[in-house]
Design a protein around this ligand. Structure first.
Ligand SMILES: Nc1nc2c(ncn2[C@@H]2O[C@H](COP(=O)(O)OP(=O)(O)OP(=O)(O)O)[C@@H](O)[C@H]2O)c(=O)[nH]1
Ligand SMILES: [Mg+2]
Length: 303
């Protein structure tokens, strides 16, 4: 199971203390303590080779190193190296109230989460030796949404995973009972030199209104194309209405995405069946797959 939401507690390093030291010059004591070094910042960085926040499930609090203290002969303390925490590409960072601070959606994109404290002044040239300044301490919510282009959704057992396997060449578990798929999974698909990332999802509940189990819908956030699958030749129109309402209720941005409606399992009936607005396919037998790929690739290039 992927962990996609974690609270992080970050504490940047404190600045080093200013040095307190003296040398004697003709019976006078003269201060020569150097300034303290800067405390370490904590930086969050988008990493393309991570796919979940699981590594933060045990350790959520990070404390960066303090700057070095200033020393005699006006020597500055060492600045502490920043602490870089890699998060998966596609992680949004929010403050504790839930307000978005940054969406890390570009590879290697960084966010300076907490700033290290400045070093204190040393007693060089008669100033007073100061303590280092404290580093910032903050809480963040990191919320990962899979960076995928195309999402497959639908009621239980309609053939979503079979479609996913057919388009991607994967062999994920398919079975003739509902709730076979319990977690999101994704794969890279290729068609005529175009690549797209496809997302398979757990089933949508058949009742109206959103339930906690449907939180997986947040992973549609980055998609540009959604495939709504039905296998019910009589009720496909009412089914997609429920599903459309749910995804738009969950995330208003779904309104502007390109949605294709698929009628799956047409091998079971007359393959010439036409229902207005639906693309007839048989994910199991591969019928309609190239037409679908063509539509997906065109919609992605238009977007
Ligand atoms: N005849 C026929 N059966 C299909 C087709 N696509 C899928 N099935 C069958 O439908 C059943 C469910 O397929 P899945 O791909 O597991 O369906 P799903 O929507 O992912 O199911 P959940 O993950 O439980 O929601 C399996 O028995 C598949 O073999 C199709 O095009 N034709
Ligand atoms: Mg499935």
């Amino acid at each position: 199971m992927i962990i996609d939401n974690i609270k992080l507690h970050l504490k940047a390093g404190n600045g080093g203390d200013g040095g307190l030291s003296f040398f004697r010059k003709r019976n006078n004591l003269i201060g020569d303590g150097g300034r303290g070094g800067k405390g370490a910042d904590i930086i969050l960085r988008a990493n393309e080779s991570l796919y979940d926040l699981n590594k933060f499930s045990y350790k959520k609090r990070f404390v960066a190193r303090n700057g070095g203290n200033g020393t005699s002969s006006n020597k500055k303390g060492k600045d502490a190296e920043p602490l870089i925490l890699d998060v998966p590409l596609g992680t949004s960072i929010k403050n504790f109230k839930g307000d978005m601070r940054v969406d890390l959606n570009q590879p290697e994109q960084i966010f300076l989460a907490v700033r290290g404290g400045k070093g204190g002044e040393g007693n060089y040239k008669g100033s007073e030796a100061q303590k280092g300044y404290p580093g910032q301490e903050k809480y963040f919510i990191s919320d990962y949404r899979i960076p995928c282009d195309v999402g497959i959704i639908g009621f239980p057992n309609v053939g979503k995973t079979t479609l996913f396997n057919s388009l991607s060449g994967k062999q994920h578990k398919v079975a003739g009972y509902p709730f076979t798929t319990l977690h999101n999974s994704w794969a890279v698909c290729e068609y005529k030199t175009r690549r797209f990332v496809l997302l398979d999802t757990p089933p949508i509940r058949e009742r109206d209104g959103l339930s906690k189990e449907e939180d997986f819908l947040k992973h549609l956030y980055r998609t540009k194309v959604i495939l709504i699958v039905s296998d019910n030749f009589d009720k496909c129109k009412s089914q997609i209405k429920i599903i459309r309402n749910k995804i738009v209720d969950f995330d208003k941005s779904c309104r502007s995405k390109k949605i294709f409606y698929l009628l799956n399992k047409i091998d079971k009936i007359d393959e010439g069946l036409k229902i207005r607005g639906f693309l007839p396919v048989s994910a199991k037998q591969g019928t309609g797959m190239d037409i679908l790929r063509e539509k997906i690739v065109r919609a992605l290039s238009d977007g």
